[in-house]
Design a binder for this molecule. Sequence first.
Ligand SMILES: C[S@@+](CC[C@H](N)C(=O)[O-])C[C@H]1O[C@@H](n2cnc3c(N)ncnc32)[C@H](O)[C@@H]1O
Length: 259
Amino acid sequence: MDLQIGDIQETALITLAIRASETMRPNARIKDPIAKEIIDTLKVDVSNYDHFMSHEGVIARTIMYKNQLNELIKQYPDALCVNLGCGFDDKFVQVDNGSITWFDVDLPDILNVRRKIFKDRDRCVMREGSALESDWTKRLPKRSTNIIVMEGVLEYFTKEEVTKCLNILCDSFEHGYLLAELHHPIIGKNTKHHDSVKYTNAEFQWGTKSGKEYLELEPRMTLLSERSYNEEMKKYSIRGKLFAFFVPFLNNRLALYKW
Ligand SMILES: C[S@@+](CC[C@H](N)C(=O)[O-])C[C@H]1O[C@@H](n2cnc3c(N)ncnc32)[C@H](O)[C@@H]1O
């Protein structure tokens, strides 16, 4: 099926394909039972998207995001959580504690497709919105703690766009945490060498050597932690171990910011 989605939006199929194939493995490290159903229902060809390094990276980040989110939700059980650039991810079911309020936000073309599979649930609602516009934030309930999840999104933004996005988050939510996926500038310049993204028309953009670079763009934020996906990836394969040993800086990182 031709989904009629934009270039960056297409990358949501990569993570979907990887979560579906991992779920079907005998010793699956993560489970996302709806991922395969989404692929079958949408009848999309995802055969180009599931390659070793991307697979291992997405598994590592899924585990690390989940653990980080669980820690925050334990601290703030009534938090408002936003999966900004949610794609086809159903992270709510992985971390729901019975009292968080969750919004899955993405561009209208992706949400149009997402709505073919997902329905709004109690405390888990879909909203059209862009990380580069603030209108959607005005229609959210007010909470003292807001947790914004951006997984696989900021890598596609220019420095100006990252600045705009961070400014919008700090202007719109009085207090919050941001879980951000960061990538190295070398990755930013080498989309054509990425084993899965090269099969899409999306391009990586501005990258950072350190999460501290975001603080110059949005001084209201502080950086609480920054961890390479190597932490998780090196546990599972020789290639993961070699990558972590020889070119540790090349792997993406999960950075946690607070404001
Ligand atoms: C690589 S996918 C990641 C999807 C999901 N977070 C995951 O991990 O499976 C990138 C996502 O960013 C979304 N995206 C791109 N630009 C965006 C914007 N300006 N505002 C909100 N979402 C955006 C795309 O539509 C897509 O769903």
